[in-house]
Design a protein around this ligand. Structure first.
Ligand SMILES: NC(=O)c1ccc[n+]([C@@H]2O[C@H](COP(=O)([O-])OP(=O)(O)OC[C@H]3O[C@@H](n4cnc5c(N)ncnc54)[C@H](OP(=O)(O)O)[C@@H]3O)[C@@H](O)[C@H]2O)c1
Length: 280
């Protein structure tokens, strides 16, 4: 995330003074990737290079890195971290030293820097923190053509749970669907190919039309017999798979009911989906 943001921000006019890593060779590679005048550095050297620092390290490392920077003499300026799970308080050692601290969480999933450069512009960024930190975060979001979201501390866990559901849990749903296709005799690669258009169109429709208008399938039609058939076929599936089918089915039923599914049909499906809850 740090390399991708650094490269994009540099390309869009922000001056990047230095890139830090725990290992010099990685700092050199990252600085080369970011380009421009970015210099490789150690964390302890960073305060000599810049008064505004963006920290993109694993969540557990944010506190130790903040401590390192404070101990290295960062006693003014601004620091942001890119975690969605933690607030500005993760930077407490820097705040105590006099640094304006905040968060800038990109609401996007990124797997490697080269890819990130393509998928980050225009996404939403959750922002929180001290006024100077928020002001800098807003400048960075504007450079990235992003959408700033003000997410105050008490709302952060809900915001982050939403992000996890839209990203990681979608991955888990797709992985489970591929697994069931495998069980039905379709090989892994073919299953991915076969499910991709269906999944892409469903996601696209859910966002473009809204969930109510986008929903199709047996629960939307009130077809309890099909749901019964699925559950019978899943009888020997791992508990996590059956639990996911039932939980996602109940959430689907809520959408179907909102758009007018008759209660007699909705009730029958709910009973089927909840039967397992009682047995489990
Ligand atoms: N990836 C995403 O999809 C995503 C999305 C939104 C937000 N974020 C947030 O962005 C931050 C970074 O995520 P990431 O996916 O880029 O993480 P990452 O690739 O796992 O780690 C980033 C870099 O942190 C350094 N690092 C690792 N452990 C460290 C430690 N104990 N102390 C100091 N530095 C350490 C490593 O660089 P060196 O080995 O070179 O030191 C590593 O390349 C996290 O807060 C994450 O929540 C990530």
């Amino acid at each position: 995330m740090g390399q991708a943001l650094g490269r994009l921000l540099r390309e869009r006019g922000e001056s990047i003074a230095a890139i830090a890593s725990r290992r010099p060779e990685r700092a050199a590679l990252a600085a080369a990737f970011v380009g421009g005048t970015a210099q490789p550095a150690t964390y302890a050297e960073l305060p000599q290079h810049a008064a505004r620092i963006l920290i993109a390290v694993p969540d557990d490392a944010i506190g130790p890195v903040a401590r390192l920077l404070a101990d290295a003499g960062m006693h003014h300026g601004t620091a942001l971290h890119t975690s969605g799970a933690h607030g500005p308080e993760a930077l407490a050692p820097l705040a105590a030293a006099g640094v304006a601290c905040g968060t800038l969480h990109p609401l996007q999933t990124v797997a490697n820097p080269a890819e990130d450069v393509r998928v980050l512009p225009g996404v939403a960024f959750a922002i929180d923190g001290a006024p100077e930190a928020v002001a800098w975060a807003r400048q960075l979001v504007a450079l990235l053509d992003g959408l700033p979201l003000n997410i105050p501390g008490p709302s952060r866990p809900l915001y982050h749970a939403a992000a996890v559901m839209a990203s990681n849990y979608l991955t888990a749903l797709i992985s489970t669907a591929v697994m069931l296709m495998n069980e039905a005799g379709v090989g892994e690669a073919a299953a991915r190919l076969a499910l991709a258009p269906l999944a892409h169109t469903s996601v696209e429709n859910a966002f473009r039309l809204g969930p109510s208008a986008a929903l199709t399938g047996p629960i939307a039609r009130g077809d309890a017999d099909t749901v019964r058939g699925h559950l019978a076929a899943l009888a020997k599936a791992p508990a996590a798979v059956v639990g996911l089918y039932r939980a996602a089915g109940l959430a689907t039923l809520e959408i179907a009911r909102r758009r007018g599914l008759a209660e007699v049909e909705g009730g029958a499906i709910e009973e089927l989906l909840r039967q397992g809850e009682r047995c489990d």
